[in-house]
Design a protein around this ligand. Structure first.
Ligand code: NAP
Length: 294
């Protein structure tokens, strides 16, 4: 029961109304009998600093941070883990009440790597294609760098952002990450890639994205790993094509639940077990399909 000693954790962002994080985190809280509650707060950027300080002063245990504040919060926390430092993106904050400091973490990177590890993806031999160059792409690319992949091609509508990523991520060898200007050439890098990750909203369940795919219709995805960051719908056109052609597929829902599990571990010291992660994943999937039927 909620009482005076109940720990408060919360999601901050704008918007947050669509977020599945409250359902996921409150599921973990119940499952592991924590005396805690997870809420969501939406506010404009001009109130970000006050809200962040307010959460700390009110004694919140921690925060999740979503779009568009991950970078801004990265600049506000007192300490950061190495992944948050390099990606300049914080999605999890833990307030240390004794030391009166805030610690920032990025669980998106490990949340991306985990489902691929579970499918025994062979990282060191792999050539990877990342489509998009926003916040999600940065986490994905950093995960690939950590895993010492053979090559990372990055394709994005705005070329400048790819150049900025290459500049920001000092890699060994220094040509590990290469820009890919066009993905439409037959026999191009889409065919050569072992892993393709869609880090754009293309395929999302809204009018302007729903009927599009981030890769050319003609390419063959057989035997590749396809990771689509989009999770509503789970079966995007890209995922449908990948299944049809015999690829290994991973949906954005896997990242969503895995990064949430890692945040829960940061706050409460318990990493939700695989069956618990699967359980909440299936509930979220049901929730998404119910909403669509309405
Ligand atoms: P972001 O920082 O805003 O970046 C969006 C990226 O998508 C940019 O590279 C942008 O290209 C590209 N893009 C947008 N519309 C496009 C279009 N019509 N055609 C081609 N490219 C387009 O967003 P983000 O945080 O990286 O998120 C990207 C996607 O991943 C979103 O759909 C988000 O919901 C999803 N995501 C999922 C999870 C999860 O848990 N599964 C976590 C994070 C993000 P420009 O640079 O040219 O604008």
């Amino acid at each position: 029961m909620i009482g005076a000693k109940t720990s408060v954790v919360a999601l901050i962002g704008n918007p947050v109304g669509h977020s599945h994080s409250p359902a996921i985190q409150n599921f973990f809280i119940k499952k592991y009998s924590m005396d805690a509650v997870y809420l969501a707060f939406e506010f404009s950027e001009k109130n970000l600093k006050k809200a962040f300080n307010g959460a700390e002063k009110l004694g919140f245990a921690g925060l999740n941070v979503t779009m568009p504040y991950k970078e801004k919060i990265s600049g506000m926390v007192d300490k950061k883990d190495s992944i948050a430092r390099v990606t300049n993106s914080v999605n999890t904050v833990k307030f240390d009440k004794k030391k009166e400091i805030s610690n920032g973490f990025n669980t998106d990177v490990m949340g991306f790597l985990k489902p691929l590890d579970k499918k025994n993806f062979n990282w060191t031999e792999s050539r990877c294609l990342v489509i998009g160059a926003g916040g999600a792409a940065r986490s994905v690319i950093y995960g690939m760098v950590l895993k010492k992949v053979k090559k990372i091609w990055v394709h994005n509508r705005t070329k400048e952002k790819v150049r900025k990523i290459i500049k920001d991520f000092k890699t060994h060898p220094d040509n590990l990450i290469e820009p890919l200007d066009s993905i439409n050439e037959p026999g191009g890098k889409v065919d050569d890639a072992d892993l393709i990750v869609n880090c754009t909203p293309i395929g999302m369940n809204i009018e302007s994205y729903r009927n599009f795919m981030p890769v050319p219709e003609k390419c063959n995805l057989k035997d590749k790993f396809i990771f689509d960051m989009v999770y509503d719908p789970v079966e995007t056109l890209l995922i449908k094509k990948a299944i049809r052609e015999g690829a290994e597929v991973i949906s954005g829902i896997d990242l969503l639940v895995n990064q949430a599990g890692l945040s829960f571990e940061i706050w409460f010291g318990i990493l939700p077990e695989d069956n618990c992660i699967e359980d909440i994943k299936n509930r979220i999937l049901m929730d998404i399909s119910k909403k669509r039927l309405k």
